[in-house]
Design a protein around this ligand. Structure first.
Ligand SMILES: [Zn+2]
Length: 487
């Protein structure tokens, strides 16, 4: 390594050190041994020495300082309560016994299991705490003029009578709602997304990922609909983990959303929408955008009807057999609806991911034996459905920010189609497609193609002239008649 490279490296480390805060030790390069040597900070170094700072989060493993995370919004509320000399409920969450603590200045959320360490929180300055009370506490938050200070007493208690056991922790603030997504500014209109409500119907492999992506983008309000629970076979494609087995998917995804955006509002509906049409319509009305990520056509048609009636935008997505490909359909008020897209017929080609739900909606007939039914379950890889989820998320973000200037608005020029298709492998449907190199004017896999969909004049769902028979299921047909627009 040349001196120049070393200097550059040392500059990088120094910059990192400064970013990470205060430092008590320096590293000095020893040209004889060829490695860095640790010296107390500020010790005299020779001229031309390569010196770099160490931080307690960088290289200095022994400098075990306690790190505390506090939430800015909770601090603000706590300060108000303090001013009125009121008790502040709080709890402390220890992260992996690494000396990292998350302090919450609020009551414990009931559905998140956490270790409640303290009965309550007071500060020295509030005047509410006597010295005997003081001994019961291991954390103390001081509101000072220059910001919050956190003192902790985590080392084995030698002498609890004095303050000498108290150690000052490094405090990091979790930004308040308005600053949480500051990094997305310029690309997304975060302020706009915060005020939007997205309804997600179906929290399987598609819905779970889309929900979390939208939470990361800053969508502020969610309605989650799914009555299923997490099962073992879900794990390979779902965001849920083994710890979630048996839990309602609505609860699992609520937790995941709040983990990304603790300020999001989440309403959960663990119901079958096909049996709760009134609720479905009411929720569609409240939503700015509806994601249809169910695995059957009955619910897609019910949702489609609700979207047409309430004049709302919806994004439909799915994978076909073994996820060899998939498609995404966007409904906008006045445009062709999902029924205009698929027409009549059956959709046996659709990916069957779950025997129970396939039996429920008739895709696997009652007379099929359990062994044969298992063999009909055809799932693709998570990486095969990922591009389809991603397309649904992008379309969603463009629809939610439509009309507002932002980094993604230029995509409005691309997203002029209502229907998009994607092929993962040259298999079955796509077996005769050309391989990517030298495909010329032919369609190839691993690319999105838009297709123009016509509104059907006599569509049972969106045409005014057609009176829908509410009694039975609507037959649908395959996608053979869709022409791919290569322009
Ligand atoms: Zn239609």
């Amino acid at each position: 390594m040349t001196n120049e490279e070393l200097n550059r490296m040392s500059e990088d480390v120094r910059e990192e050190g400064i970013n990470q805060g205060s430092s008590m030790k320096d590293l000095v390069f020893d040209p004889i041994t060829g490695d860095f040597r640790q010296v107390p900070r500020g010790t005299h170094h020779g001229e031309g020495d390569v010196v770099t700072e160490m931080t307690n989060k960088g290289f200095a493993a022994e400098a075990a300082t306690t790190i505390v995370y506090l939430r800015e919004d909770e601090l603000r509320e706590a300060a108000e309560l303090l001013a009125e000399k009121k008790h502040i409920p709080a709890f402390v969450e220890e992260v992996d016994e690494e000396g990292v603590y998350h302090i919450h200045l609020r009551t414990q959320a009931s559905n998140v299991p956490m270790y409640l360490e303290l009965p309550g929180f007071y500060t020295k300055e509030s005047g509410l705490m006597s010295s005997s009370e003081m001994r019961a506490f291991r954390f103390c938050v001081l509101m000072t003029e220059s910001g919050p200070e956190v003192w902790c007493r985590l080392k084995p208690f030698g002498n609890q009578k004095t303050d000498r056991n108290w150690e000052k922790a490094d405090v990091f603030l979790i930004p308040s709602e308005e600053n949480l997504f500051s990094r997305s500014k310029g690309i997304l209109e975060v302020g706009i997304l915060k005020g939007k409500r997205v309804m997600i119907v179906g929290l399987g492999s598609f819905g779970s990922q889309i929900a979390i992506e939208l939470a990361k983008a800053g969508v502020g309000s969610f309605a989650l609909m799914d009555f299923d629970r997490v099962e073992l076979h879900n794990l390979s494609r779902h965001t849920a983990t083994v710890h979630d087995l048996g839990r309602l998917k609505t609860n699992v995804i609520e937790e995941a959303i709040l983990g990304k955006n603790p300020y999001a509002k989440v309403d959960k509906f663990p119901v079958n929408i096909n049996e709760n049409l009134k609720l479905l319509y009411d929720e569609v009305e409240k939503a700015d955008l509806v994601i249809c990520a169910t695995d059957n056509n009955i619910s897609r048609f019910n949702l489609s009807k609700a979207l047409v009636e309430k004049g709302k935008t919806g994004i439909f997505g799915r994978a076909i057999t073994r996820a060899e490909g998939g498609d995404v359909f966007r409904y906008r008020p006045g445009g062709p609806c999902y029924c205009c897209l698929v027409g009549e017929g059956d959709l046996q080609e659709e990916e069957i991911t779950d025997v129970a739900s396939a039996r429920r909606d008739g895709r696997i007939a009652a007379y099929v034996s359990p062994e044969d039914a298992d063999a009909m379950v055809q799932v693709g890889l998570s990486s095969d459905i990922e591009p389809i989820c991603n397309m649904m998320v992008k379309l969603s973000l463009v629809e939610l920010s439509r009309g507002k200037e932002s980094g993604i608005s230029s995509l409005e020029d691309e997203f002029v189609y209502d229907y998009y298709m994607w092929a993962n492998r040259r298999e079955r449907h796509f077996a005769n497609w050309k391989a990517l190199p030298n495909a010329g004017g032919y369609p190839t896999i691993l690319r999105w193609y838009g297709a123009r969909i016509e509104k059907e004049a006599d569509c049972p769902i969106c045409s005014a002239s057609y009176k829908l028979d509410e009694g039975g299921d609507i037959p649908v047909e395959g996608l053979d008649n869709i022409e791919i627009d290569l322009s």
